[in-house]
Design a protein around this ligand. Structure first.
Ligand SMILES: Nc1ncnc2c1ncn2[C@@H]1O[C@H](COP(=O)(O)OP(=O)(O)OP(=O)(O)O)[C@@H](O)[C@H]1O
Ligand SMILES: [Mg+2]
Length: 327
């Protein structure tokens, strides 16, 4: 496997206006291999944008090593830039120009053949709206234009910071389809997002960041299985009696309003058998597999709290949870 992006021990502390220091990255590591759609997850303020800006030479790191497409970053960025497309800060386009004209100008400036303009307009679904002024575009259309501009050079690697921001569900879905198509075409995609269901649907690998440090990484399924407690939802008519039987058998049982949650279940059929033998017929036996959202909330300790409101920096201190998932 070739690492398309490799980051090791990245550190960045910002000086604040009042002369204080804000640690944005605290020894962050990340590896993205060729061909991945790699999701980059973390709560607000955890350091995602800072990581991407540092990687792209927009912010200077205090310490750490980075490489991009096999070359040291940021020093070799000018050499690799033609192979790289990135949207990190929302690009500002000139509102009076049409989308098509904007892309033509960008293509000319970047030495890209003019035919690419039509190709990327079609690719992002703007072909029929390309002659309208950018100021008349919706947020989603501006996002598409930004992606189109990043695709002009036919990059091998595409870096997108929160591409689904501000998109409606249909727009999010189209962005997802677009990323899949790009991936099928052989482009490696690194995409940051808060929309966990999105990441789970589209990404094959994830890196989760909390307070400037990596707290989990790996194939999505492996990260999730690290949190799989073998739990099942069990529904029977007599919950108390069933709970008694299963507890006696040594299984951890939690009694819920209208069902039981049973952990450490090796063989679900065994539960059905134990209860059935005692005349209790199971009406539901469902494995409770963790989803990315519950894993993310556990890892970053950012589960919603009613009162007081969680502050953006109150994510969990990394290193306090044993992940069971090796980077
Ligand atoms: N230029 C800056 N000056 C001072 N502090 C900064 C600067 N840029 C980022 N920070 C701080 O660094 C931390 C990480 O910010 P960053 O933008 O990387 O987070 P993020 O993970 O992208 O968050 P979000 O999900 O909200 O986009 C935050 O506490 C932020 O306030
Ligand atoms: Mg950000």
């Amino acid at each position: 496997m070739t690492a398309v992006i490799h980051i090791e021990g990245l550190r960045k502390t910002f000086r604040t206006m009042r002369g204080g220091a804000r640690v944005a990255l605290n020894g962050f590591d990340m590896t993205v291999e060729a061909g991945q759609i790699h999701g980059f997850l973390g709560p607000n303020g955890s350091g995602k944008t800072t990581t991407l800006r540092t990687l792209l030479g927009l912010v200077r790191a205090d310490d750490g090593r980075m490489s991009i497409l096999g070359h040291p970053a940021p020093d070799a960025l000018p050499a690799v830039a033609p192979r790289l497309g990135a949207i990190v800060e929302s690009p500002q386009f000139f509102g009076n120009f049409t989308g098509r004209r904007t892309l033509r100008l960008l293509a000319r400036a970047g030495g890209v053949p003019a035919e690419r303009v039509e190709a990327v307009l079609t690719q992002v679904g703007l072909r029929d709206r390309g002659n309208e002024r950018v100021k008349a575009y919706s947020l989603g259309m501006k996002q598409r234009l930004a992606v189109a501009s990043a695709l002009l050079k036919q990059p091998e690697l595409l870096i997108l910071d929160e591409p689904a921001n501000g998109l409606d569900p249909a727009g999010i879905r189209e962005m997802r389809d677009l990323m899949r198509e790009l991936s099928t075409a052989g482009i490696t995609v690194l995409v940051s997002s808060h929309i966990l269901a999105e990441i789970e649907l589209i990404c094959d690998h994830v890196t989760i960041i909390s307070r400037g440090q990596r707290v989990a990484t790996g194939p999505v399924a492996a990260v999730l299985s690290g949190f799989d407690k073998g739990e099942y939802r069990v529904r029977v008519a007599d919950l108390d009696r069933a709970a008694g039987v299963l507890t006696t058998a040594g299984l951890p049982v939690t009694r819920k309003e209208d069902h039981l949650v049973v952990a450490d279940v090796g063989d679900a059929a065994w539960i059905a058998e134990q209860l059935g033998q005692r005349g209790m017929w199971v009406s539901e036996l469902t494995p409770l597999t963790p989803d990315l959202e519950s894993v993310f909330l556990q890892l970053t300790n950012s589960a919603p709290e009613p009162v007081p409101t969680r502050q953006v920096d109150e994510a969990i201190q990394p290193g306090t949870i044993d992940l069971g998932v090796q980077p």
